[in-house]
Every structure is written in structure tokens, then in C-alpha cells.
Design a protein around this ligand. Sequence first.
Ligand code: AMP
Ligand code: GLY
Length: 437
Amino acid sequence: MRLQPDINKKGKSQVKVLIVGSGGREHAIATSVAKSKKVDQIYCAPGNAGIGMIAECVPIGAMEFDKLAAFAREKEIDLTIVGMDDPLVGGLVDVLEKEGLRVFGPRKNAAILEGSKAFSKDLMKKYNIPTAVYETFDSAEEALKYLESAQFPIVLKADGLALGKGVLICQSLEEAKEGVKAIMLDKQFGSAGNRLVIEEFMTGREVSVLSFVDGKTIKTMTSAQDHKRAGDGDTGLNTGGMGTFSPSPFYTEEVDAFCKKYIYQATVDAMAKEGREFKGIIFFGLMLTDKGPRVLEYNARFGDPEAQVVLPRMKNDIIEVMEACIDGKLDQIDLQFEDNAAVCVVLASNGYPVKYEKGFPIHGLERFEGQDSYFCFHAGTKQTDKGIVTSGGRVLGITAKGKDLKEARTNAYKATEWIEFENKYMRHDIGKAIDEA
Ligand code: AMP
Ligand code: GLY
């Protein structure tokens, strides 16, 4: 879709963008990209029904590197934005760069920050970045031996990517033994379980801080918090995320100062020293323990659904920020966020994350058209001749802004009522923790 054909006539300052991914995060990225004055045309591979309203979706999978490169060459794409972890960790950025294309995202040797938990833990240990105490194991036998004298609860982490499910919190030796068996012997998460990290169990509030990085400079975005469990009151199974709010009232100036001093720049510098210059997004999963903030994990991409509450509050032109990252000029960007709040409530299909039905028509989407403070980000949707239908576990992310978190939450829950589909399921306590702040 041509967004601004009049501006396009001016020629070279206009960029054609390709976004790689298909979830709510990519819809939020596409929405920010569509607002940019610098953008002429947006493609998304493979995209979804919502992204299709603001971009041209092309049926190429995120792991089809050669096809993506051929498409980007053919369409003379000026900037490719890789949203998802799998293609980043698999080296899509390197493949596209070899073709002379400009890409926003870390190369394979830097995306390992997310791709291997053993790597990221070793990096933190080497550079004194605060995190949980841990050990790494290549054999189940050694892991089991170690557990005999360990303290519980304890945390087991499959080394590689496991759709956010490769972390097990084990209350007893019995449970931990079963976990080692599931990860390392039964290979429940495939080759991600060839190595295992066993780490100290920590308690505290979790905060997600996303940042732009240009290899040297890091600029953090406003904070957010995710709700990972499926049920109200943080019960039930872990999911990809059932809702978010931003900013986190627990992310105080004191916490920010600590993280700036010991975590953010230290991580970027450590990667550079290791010869793994990081350009793109670093997502810091933090736990605010009583001993201070600790890194739970790094991701090499925007969070989903963190992007759905952070990006709508960003004042900058996202293309300018991304280009500054690629060109090593992030120090020249003044990253700014609105002085308000946002809440995102995920509408899922009942039964998610285990078993759920698909193909139900979605009603009410038109209510979001022309709204400035309400967003309906599509995650699992598909355009069919019956209209837009559900096609995944997480179906939509309903985001609303408000002057503060309470107002944003009220607005978001009000907007969840605009949408109807069979088997619609959501949590009713997204952002409830803010009442305790
Ligand atoms: P991760 O993928 O490493 O972020 O882990 C997923 C979730 O597991 C985190 O969001 C935490 O809720 C939990 N978790 C991970 N590591 C620890 C830890 N060391 N102590 C307590 N909880 C943890
Ligand atoms: N919401 C957590 C993640 O994107 O990993």
C-alpha cells in the first residue's frame, strides 16, 4: 500500500520497508513505521490480517532466508526490520547484509545474546553484570549429580530458543530430576536442550526494559511489565504473554540509575569487547530483588506484548531511530516517550496455550478505526472470504492509553468489550499490581 504518494515523488529520502514476522509485536512495529514521515511503502512477511490493513503482506515465512533476500532485492527494499527471535538467531541479518541490504537487528554472532542462555550467563559472569548464580551442564548425568546437593526451589533453563517455554521452576529434587529428563533426555524443546543452565531461584517484581543499541550507544525505552501466566492471579501455564502495562511504577529512578551503572552500557560494551557488536534491540528482562536489580534474561528483539504498550507511547520517528542504530549515530537521537501510560490486554482463544480451536469470525474490529488512543493489534488472525477469523492462541492485543495506568487499564478493558469472537478468553487482572505501587 502506498502511504504518501505525494511525498514519494520527492524521491530518495523515502524508504521502502520490509518487516519480518507475523505477531502482535510486528503489528505494533508496522503501526509505528506507518506513522513515519520517511516511509513510502511497507511490506510484511508473512504478516497477518491486521498488518495487511497497513502493509502489503507477502507469503514468505520468517525462516525462508533466500526467498526473503530475493524479495528484498526485487522490491529494492531500503530497510528490513526483523521482529522475531528465530530468524535473528538463525542469521537472517547476515544473509541480507551479504546481499548489500540494510537491516535493523543484530547479526547472528550478537543475537546469541538471546539464542544461548549459557552464552549470556557466561557473559554476565565475565563482565560482572548482576544476575542469578548458575552452572551450565552438557550432560544430564552431571546435572543430576549437581542437583543432589542443591537448594530448592531452583530454576532449569534449556540453553536455546524454546518459544519462551524452556524455563522450569522446580520446587523439589524430584521435580528438578523430571525437568532434567524432559529437557536433556526426552528433548522436549529439541536441540535447545542440549545444554542446560541451572540457576538460583530469585524473587521480586519483574520489569521489561527494551532499548535501542547502535553497537556503542544504548538508549532505553520506557519500562513495561508482562503477565506471562495464563490465568488471573498469575496461575496456570506460562504463555507468550497475556498482557502488559507501561510504564512500570516499580521501575523507580533509583532502579534506573542502578541499571544504567551496572547493566545496560556494561552489556553493550561486553558484546563489543567480545567482537560481537550488537545493533538492534536489547530487551532486558529484570527482576527487582531485595539485593537490587538482576538480569533474568536478554532478548535480541522487541517484547511481545511489550512492544504493544511501549511503541504507541514513543514520540520519535521509529525509522529515524532505527537508521541511527544501523549508522552508529544513536548518540544523536533524543529518545522521548509520552508522559502517559498504556495497557494491553491479550484476547486469546480459550484453551491457549495448550489446545484451542481456530477459524471463528471476529466482530467489532471497525470500532478501532480512526482512534488515536485505542489500538487493536492482531496476533493470530487470518483474512478469509468469511472476513477476518481467529487463527492462533493469542488472537488480538487490545491496547489503550490513558493519562495514568489506572485510566489506561479502564480504557483497555472497555475496549476489550468492543470485540467478539467465539471462545474469547482474557485475563481480568492485567495491571492490577499497579494498585500496590
Ligand atoms: P526467562 O525466559 O529466562 O525470562 O524466564 C522466564 C520466566 O521464568 C521469567 O520471566 C521469570 O518469571 C522466571 N524466571 C527465570 N529465571 C528465574 C530465576 N532465576 N528466579 C526466579 N524466576 C525466574
Ligand atoms: N513478553 C516476553 C517476550 O517477548 O519474550
